[in-house]
Design a protein. Structure first.
Ligand code: FAD
Ligand code: NAP
Length: 344
């Protein structure tokens, strides 16, 4: 374990922001983490756990210790007639884990293909896509409490998963290092193809039989065609969450904006497509945020919900753009969007 000083985080965050960390360490094991956290010299430093940096915006230098989680390993812990239980190191790349499941025909994560980042960060915001969330396949996780220096086991209930949310974004924010996540995967997969985009993509496929492999490939194709690749243009995926409003509020908005995009939720509320809301607004009358650029900060041309770094933007400029977007959406719809990306 080597503590490095004054390290640029540019290659460690998918926005490509050139923020400097006062201290930086990559840890590969629980023992390495313990050794680090018991170092007298690091005791007083504020700490930030970093996975793939795909859900983070650095708006300034990080004046503390950045701990990059590189704990590896995929291990089957038990199985029964229906399920296989797999424990995965927090530093494992999420998409490689998905491909591992596809290879073994284990069902549950195929809709979550190609989401960047690590397995350890996946529970933080209960990652979700195409009608599936991490909580649907979650079994348990192990996390190290930074202050108390003890390992805790979290069950599904302990994590309080919500829409792009968990206890680790609220009550326990920045207090734990997730070490591993365990999953409960189906040996006989049940498919979820309720999202129109998946159905349309599957129809193009000559192989009509559904499998985890065909669904995974459909998701990969859709994502590659729609979403900006962080290797090419800096971004952290959706910058804002889709807002949830009551059906009464929705009816009022629908009168004013008949084409508003919404989805009914199980609790009777409506989920609005934040991308649509952002697209309807802009910096000036008659100009949309979609494809807009100010300096090197911008909104992606195909998905207004994704803020991008065209090259040399700093985090403050992207943050300021997000403020302007928030303000115009509020002015037009009376809705306050919530940021999904973690701001540091
Ligand atoms: P990081 O960005 O490194 O960290 C995110 C947060 O988690 C930070 O607060 C960090 O401190 C904390 N953290 C990270 N690792 C740990 C750990 N081991 N222990 C404790 N805390 C930790 N998200 C979705 O939900 N669905 C999508 O479909 C989706 N699509 C995306 C598409 C693109 C192109 C991009 C760039 C992002 C997308 N995201 C999506 C967002 C992002 O990929 C996920 O949130 C992912 O889980 C972040 O993982 P990470 O390892 O990069 O986390
Ligand atoms: P999209 O298909 O253009 O749809 C826009 C929004 O409508 C999505 O946010 C989605 O909500 C919602 N939606 C679409 N079909 C729905 C259905 N049948 N039932 C309920 N809600 C529906 O979205 P996209 O931008 O291309 O993204 C596709 C999927 O990948 C979405 O699930 C999205 O969340 C996920 N994604 C997430 C990120 C991120 O960073 N968080 C980035 C890229 C893509 P939900 O978001 O609730 O699914």
């Amino acid at each position: 374990m080597k503590v490095q000083e004054n390290i640029s985080l540019k290659s460690f965050n998918t926005f490509g922001i050139d923020s400097i960390a006062k201290f930086f360490v990559a840890i590969k094991s629980v023992e390495g983490l313990k050794e680090l956290l018991f170092l007298q010299s690091m005791r007083k430093e504020t700490k930030l756990v970093l996975g793939g940096g795909s859900n983070i915006l650095f708006t300034k230098n990080y004046n503390g210790l950045v701990i990059k989680n590189e704990i590896a390993g995929i291990e089957t812990i038990k199985e029964d007639a229906e399920y296989i239980y797999v424990k995965v190191g927090a530093g494992v790349n999420w998409h490689s884990f998905v491909l591992h499941c596809i290879e073994h025909n284990w069902g549950g994560v195929e809709n979550l293909a190609l989401i960047p980042g690590t397995v350890g960060a996946a529970p933080i915001q209960n990652i979700g896509a195409y009608g599936v969330e991490l909580k649907n396949v979650f079994f348990s996780l192990e996390a190290f409490e930074i202050n108390e220096k003890v390992v805790h086991n979290f069950s599904l209930n302990d994590c309080a998963f919500g829409y792009r949310d968990s206890v680790f974004k609220n009550k326990f924010k920045n207090q734990f290092v997730i070490l591993s996540t365990s999953f409960r995967l189906r040996k006989f997969p049940i498919f979820n193809i309720e999202y129109g985009a998946i159905q349309q993509e599957l129809e193009k496929n000559a192989e009509k039989k559904l499998s985890v492999k065909t669904i995974c490939q459909a998701v990969i194709n859709i994502r590659k065609s729609k979403l900006p690749d962080p290797e090419i243009i800096g971004n952290a995926g959706s910058f804002f969450k889709n807002p949830e409003i009551s059906s009464e509020e929705f009816e009022k908005l629908k009168v004013l904006f008949p084409t508003i995009v919404s989805y009914e939720l199980a609790n009777g509320n409506k989920k609005l497509a934040a991308g649509w809301l952002v697209e309807q607004c802009g910096p000036n009358a008659g100009v949309t945020w979609k494809g807009y650029r100010v300096g090197d900060a911008g909104c992606h041309e195909k998905q207004a919900l994704v803020l991008v770094n065209h090259g040399n933007s700093n985090g403050k400029e992207i943050y300021n753009l997000s403020e302007a977007v928030l303000e115009t959406v509020y002015q037009k719809f009376g809705i306050t969007l919530e940021r999904e990306v973690n701001i540091f």
